[in-house]
Write a protein that binds this ligand. Structure first.
Ligand code: ADP
Ligand code: MG
Ligand code: MG
Length: 528
């Protein structure tokens, strides 16, 4: 696939001995500052290994970074409003519910607690909007020439090319040969939203340490002058202050905070840092970690609908699990979820927030006129600008059109089910195969179709636990996540702010780059 390139922050490759030495230092820095995870293959609670990381911070255009940061409170509010718009959620999800059992189960809980009467009107959103840089211009050549002097045809370095991008060279539009030209934004790449996470948005804590790690590495390499281009990242304190504010709104002195965790937490550093941070800022707040199964066994609801654990009322429930079907192996986990939802605890997220974070809702918000229902008119353009093509696959005229479009040029799209946690999407030939298989199957409505973003590549080194030292220089692409915290009820917003960022980077030819899923590597932005 043809991709535009960005220059790495220092010239590569590094000399062999320099590289080996700096990687050894960097690994120790990582281990000693919790840039780590538990080993999935040889699990033990007694050791932590390095989390995969990129040796040098990846370049990111400063203006686009700032744009993403400034947009975050607007996106937080958008999701908050969507989560509280019962009609919109109901209407948007109705076809999905027929064919996606997991979403249907969440939905069932939502309907049940609504019917019973919501006990806790306050929700805590700890959100993460994920974005990539799009290197291709969305306009046709004519549009650009006519409306704005926006884009320019540029020769790109790599010559293999995916079939049929609508915006590729003139030769393509004439149906002749594929060209090595890409219609690019002349002033650089533009941010486009990959997805919006409303549940268990992770890596804020570890990512807060990464600028320091990158600074240390740059200094060791004699490039201390460059550290001025690395933005501060206060994701950990920002996210934790959300939990603390929600705790104070609950307002019961003996109350506790409950983290809902997996049976086995591999991403333990990221989770524990939250606990340490809260404990340091607020020694009065005790944090418990429980699985959904343990919540089923060990909690009760009292007559005030307080969720009680070991006799203490739970003020805030923070889900780091519960976002995928495998985390509900039996009806007990679903019962636990319902109990929490019924309770007076402030949930992060409430069930309607989780529904608002589905891919289906993201697709519905990209449809003409949808955003205008939630976002002030003067801000709509800025939000819409970061959306990329998203299409429903429902059984109607537009769904059929989307299927035809994808079958014609599957490389241009990603097929997404209503899942979280990475590794669930389909790409390229698999999009085509799946759509041919599902053409007349109801299952089709469980997916949305999304235009594939083509980010610029940058050369770099990925350091992995047990990986080759030194690793080869490889072509990489990055995904930036901006965290947001919002607390509010249907009618009142108590706080709404941007809360730091994370950057994760993967091999340019890999489809996905989840760090917890073992595909991506932690990174931090180097602003250009
Ligand atoms: P999940 O909720 O499972 O993380 P995502 O929508 O974030 O689902 O998709 C997982 C990964 O797939 C992303 O981190 C990104 O690497 C890749 N991806 C998703 N959508 C796109 C897209 N439109 N263009 C390019 N890559 C994408
Ligand atoms: Mg997600
Ligand atoms: Mg994602």
């Amino acid at each position: 696939m043809t991709q535009a390139r960005l220059a790495s922050c220092i010239p590569l490759p590094l000399e062999h001995k320099v590289l080996v030495t700096v990687i050894e230092k960097a690994k120790d820095w990582a281990l000693m500052h919790g840039v780590g995870m538990r080993d999935k293959k040889h699990f033990t609670k007694d050791a932590i290994q390095i989390a995969p990381f990129v040796l040098l911070p990846s370049p990111f255009p400063r203006t686009e970074f700032n744009k993403a940061i400034e947009l975050q409170p607007i996106l937080n509010e958008l999701m908050h409003k969507v989560a509280h718009d019962d009609d919109f959620l109901e209407h948007t999800l109705q076809n999905t519910l027929q064919v996606d059992e997991f979403t249907a189960k969440l939905y069932e809980i939502w309907v049940k607690v609504k019917d019973e009467g919501i006990t806790q009107p306050i929700s805590l959103g700890m959100l993460r909007s994920d974005i990539m840089l799009e290197s291709r211009c969305p306009h046709t050549e004519n549009q650009c020439a006519k409306h704005t002097p926006y884009c320019s045809w540029k020769q790109v370095e790599i010559n293999s090319i995916a079939s049929g991008f609508g915006h590729l060279g003139p030769s393509l539009s004439l149906g002749l040969f594929r060209s090595d030209y890409l219609l690019q934004y002349p002033e650089g790449n533009k941010i486009k939203q990959v997805e919006f996470n409303t549940v268990a948005s992770s890596f804020g804590a570890i990512s807060s340490n990464l600028p320091d790690m990158s600074r240390y590495i740059l200094r060791q390499l004699g490039h201390g002058d460059l550290i001025k281009n690395m933005p501060e990242n206060r994701a950990l304190s920002g996210l934790c202050s959300g939990i603390i504010e929600a705790y104070d709104l609950f307002g019961v002195p003996s109350a506790i905070v409950l983290f809902v965790v997996e049976e086995v937490s591999y991403n333990i550093c990221d989770q524990r840092f939250h606990e340490f941070e809260i404990s340091e800022k607020r020694p009065d707040i005790m944090i418990y970690r429980k699985t959904l199964n343990e919540i089923f066994e060990e909690t009760t609801l009292n007559d005030k609908k307080q969720l009680l654990l070991e006799g203490y009322p739970v003020a805030v429930v923070y889900y780091r699990s519960g976002y995928e079907p495998a985390q509900y192996p039996s009806s007990k986990e679903w019962d636990a979820r319902l109990r929490v939802e019924r309770s007076s605890a402030v949930k992060c997220p409430s069930i309607h927030y989780q529904l608002a974070g589905t891919k289906k809702v993201q697709q519905a918000l990209a449809a003409p006129g949808a955003l205008e229902q939630f976002v002030r008119a003067e801000l709509c353009g800025r939000v819409r600008d970061i959306f990329t093509g998203l299409y429903s696959l429902d059984f109607d005229e537009s769904g059929e059109r989307a299927v035809d479009m994808a079958l014609e040029d599957a490389e241009r799209f990603v097929l997404k089910p209503q899942r979280e946690g990475g590794g669930n999407n389909l790409y390229g030939a698999d999009v085509r195969a799946a759509l041919l298989r599902m053409r007349r199957a109801r299952e089709r409505a469980a997916y949305v179709l999304m235009e594939r973003i083509l980010p610029p590549t940058v050369a770099g080194y990925v350091v992995r636990p047990g990986g080759a030292v030194p690793p080869p220089v490889t072509d990489l692409v990055s995904e930036l996540g901006i965290f947001g915290v919002i607390i509010g009820t249907r009618d009142k917003i108590y706080c709404n702010r941007q809360a730091g960022h994370m950057l994760r980077t993967k091999l340019a030819d890999a489809n996905e780059g989840g760090v917890a899923a073992g595909l991506g590597a932690l990174d931090s932005p180097y602003l250009l």
